[in-house]
Design a protein around this ligand. Structure first.
Ligand SMILES: O=P(O)(O)OC[C@H]1O[C@H](O)[C@H](O)[C@@H](O)[C@@H]1O
Length: 540
């Protein structure tokens, strides 16, 4: 079936399903959970609370076939240059390839280089952790500051928090924002004598990172002397010449390659801060988890393939049902930064409006991704999820076990809350149910009539739930890879390039042009009236 026809069949089927609620679907089929859930090892995806039936899933799998998801998947793993606008391969999967299989780009196997850099980062991380690597005054490093932004920040930040129970190295800090408050607040707490700075930037040109790196350099040189700088800096980049210009010794520079997208780079040397925090062995488990999911993605049939299923439900919600956002709701405090991480992964990848050939997509593409850790979100924005006029598909994440063995009662409450939310969104509460509930409380009839509409929940609101055993390094690696491949499959179905990010360029260009005007070195003439007015308000 051609892609347009596959979409057409889905649109038609959605029309037929329009008047069937999730309540109806559950009432009609006691085996709905078995039919619409899938597993790989201890990772379970429950998609039964999505507005789908068997026919919708069949049509969605046909859509995936029509879009040649299988062919595109094979092309990605094989190192073909599927990032066509930048003429690059897309090989973050090679970074966590734990098999002996070669991965060939431009005729040569990239695995030996990957293994070399991984070994070098592991040696460096071990030396920092053990205290073998010393500061300029001979002290072991107690603190590490990673300076980077976007993909050179969010992955390490998110995973460092997620794996807090595995930390046994120096303390990690992250500086990303060009706002001087970020670097100032971070460095203020630290002793330069025992602080190591990692400058992480794929391009080594990003203005935020370079500005923060120079400020940190001044902080070290200003307190410990210019000669101390070399002992207190390391770098991660693909632009080794630019790192050398900055003055970081090449023995402390860890490279990666243009076929690693920034938002897919946590598996590369960009993961160095995480490796310093949890150690190379736990970092290897993290890679193993991602590799296991890569194998699942490659091998499982489309209808049992977790990232494919998540993508198809994503396309169904966004494109067929027209739901414009999705909320990521991890019931895990240590995944508090996952929504921010997924915002870059998903929205930078699939926030596109033209296809590979430059023609308009003609359908909806990537949704707005947002979220917050449960249960905090429940006491903030869930009101809108349950009773607002906008339907927002939710994605719940929960582990069967926490790390706090003596606080199991907390975890039971966490699970109960997580399940209650998806149940409430699905079921809702009818006017009849609200009325009888109020009547049963002995309320006067007039008050019942007045209050009942406010107690109605429309329900029929879709959600996915991901369950796993425990948030280990392996489980975290697997979870991130799951989302990466989900984004990939959605991008393939929409026919877009998920691996470039031209949309971030215009703002950068304009900021560069505005800087002399902000500094008062150039007139603001030629700017629109609003920009001129704002400049005047800020700079007088
Ligand atoms: O690692 P860098 O080259 O410093 O890039 C950092 C980030 O900035 C860019 O503007 C892109 O939007 C991101 O994809 C990237 O991760």
């Amino acid at each position: 079936m051609a892609l347009d026809a596959a979409f057409g069949a889905l649109d038609q089927h959605a029309e037929q399903l329009k008047n069937t609620t999730l309540r109806d679907l559950f009432a009609a089929d006691p085996e709905r959970f078995e039919k619409f859930s899938a597993r790989t090892d201890d990772l379970l995806l429950d998609y039964s609370k999505s507005k789908i039936d068997v026919k919708a899933m069949d049509l969605l799998v046909q859509l995936a076939k029509a879009a040649d998801v299988e062919g595109r998947r094979a092309a990605m793993f094989a190192g073909e240059k599927i990032n066509v606008t930048e003429q690059r391969a897309v090989l973050h999967t090679a970074l966590r390839n734990r098999s002996d299989d070669p991965v060939v780009v431009d005729g040569s196997d990239v695995m030996p280089d990957i293994r070399d850099v991984l070994a070098a980062t592991a040696d460096f991380a071990e030396a920092v952790r053990s205290g073998d690597l010393r500061s300029s005054s001979g002290a072991p490093f107690t603190d590490v500051v990673n300076i980077g932004i976007g993909g050179s920040d969010l992955g390490p930040v998110m995973t460092t928090l997620a794996l807090a129970p595995y930390h046994d190295g120096p303390e990690l800090h992250y500086v990303s924002n060009v706002d001087g408050a970020h670097v100032a607040d971070t460095l203020e707490k630290l002793d330069p004598e025992t602080t190591l700075i990692i400058v992480a930037s794929k391009t080594f040109t990003t203005i935020e990172t370079m500005t923060n790196a120079r400020t940190a350099r001044k902080w070290i040189a200003g307190t410990l002397g210019e000669d101390a700088v070399g002992d207190h800096f390391a770098a991660v980049s693909t632009a080794l010449d630019k790192v050398a210009e900055f003055g970081i010794d090449e023995s402390r520079v860890f490279g990666f390659w243009d076929w690693v997208g920034g938002r897919y780079s946590v598996w590369s040397a960009i993961g160095l801060p995480l490796m310093i925090a949890i150690g190379p062995d736990a970092f290897a488990d993290f890679l193993e988890g991602a590799h296991a999911l890569d194998n699942h993605f490659k091998e499982a049939p489309l209808g049992q393939n977790l990232p494919v299923l998540m993508a198809l439900i994503g396309v169904w919600n966004r494109d067929v049902l027209g739901l414009s956002s999705r909320a990521v709701l991890p019931y895990d405090q240590r995944l508090a930064r996952l929504p921010a991480y997924l915002q870059q992964l998903d929205m930078e990848s699939n926030g596109k409006r033209v296809k590979l050939d430059g023609s308009p997509v003609g359908r909806e593409t990537g949704p707005l991704v947002w979220g917050e850790a449960g249960t905090n979100g429940q006491h903030a924005f869930y009101q809108l999820l349950h009773q607002g006029t906008t339907v927002i598909p939710c994605e719940f994440l929960i582990a069967a076990n926490g790390h706090e063995d003596d606080l199991k009662h907390h975890h039971d409450l966490l699970i109960a809350n997580c399940l209650a939310q998806s149940e409430a969104l699905m079921l809702g509460r009818t006017l009849k149910e609200a009325t009888s509930m109020l009547e049963a409380s002995g309320m006067a009839d007039e008050d019942v009539r007045r209050l009942a509409p406010h107690k109605v929940f429309p329900g029929d609101r879709p959600s996915l739930t991901l369950v796993h055993d425990k948030l280990t390094p392996f489980a975290l690696g697997r979870l991130i890879a799951l989302y990466e491949h989900r984004v990939f499959v959605e991008g393939v179905v929409w026919g877009i390039n998920s691996f470039d990010q031209w949309g971030v360029e215009l703002g950068k260009e304009l900021a560069t042009a505005l800087l002399p005007m902000v500094k008062g070195e150039a007139p603001a003439s030629g700017k629109d009236a609003s920009t001129q007015g704002l400049l005047a308000a800020l700079k007088g």
